[in-house]
Design a binder for this molecule. Sequence first.
Ligand code: SAM
Length: 224
Amino acid sequence: MLRRSSGGTWKGCWRGRGEARAKRVKSRYPRTNMLNRRNLLRAVIAGAVPSALVLGQDKPKRSPDVPYVPTTEAAVEAMLKLAGVKKTDVVYDLGCGDGRIVVTAAKAYGARGVGIDINPERIKEARANAKKNGVEHLVRFEENDLFEANISEATVVTLFLLSNINLKLRPKLMKDLKPGTRIVSNTFDMGDWKPEREATVGSPDDIDSYLSHHLYFWTIPAKK
Ligand SMILES: C[S@@+](CC[C@H](N)C(=O)[O-])C[C@H]1O[C@@H](n2cnc3c(N)ncnc32)[C@H](O)[C@@H]1O
């Protein structure tokens, strides 16, 4: 309810309320906190801290290299089959989207899995997907740039990226993965690294699955 201030103006009334509020805020947030909050704001303006973090928004820390297009369910099954996934495997999906590949590997084969995606929205969906399918104990999802993630534990890596991103990723796969680690890519190859096996799913003319039609398989060679 508005009250006239002692000064007799509505403006004075708001000033009086503002001062009282400032006192309440000051007592709730001691000076050090106020300073930290101000510094944080300065850091955001200077671009040192992403504003999305401070505002709690779910934005990727940088633009994804590839847009989100899910692998069809039929192709997920075919990719896991092509990789020969078994219970003892640790399946990493780099750019995991809604987590369907690692969730299916856990549900169908009892394999452990890790999904990495730069988009926090995808990570939320993937965790919900794992919960819905009762495999939370077998999988985890990490919001991260796939180029920076630790992938050394993987025994199987799945990809649905782009040819140029596969090529950019190739040195990391060679460096970080153990010899014998199997790699399966949906649709996109690895340039002059010829696949050991290939498989197809459905018809290339089917509009729903033309991007989940051709699959490639490689294994990491022995270190030189
Ligand atoms: C084509 S979708 C594939 C999703 C899932 N792997 C599948 O097959 O259903 C590519 C995914 O990669 C993610 N992505 C793109 N660039 C990335 C990066 N640098 N690091 C991590 N994830 C990335 C996107 O957010 C998107 O979810």
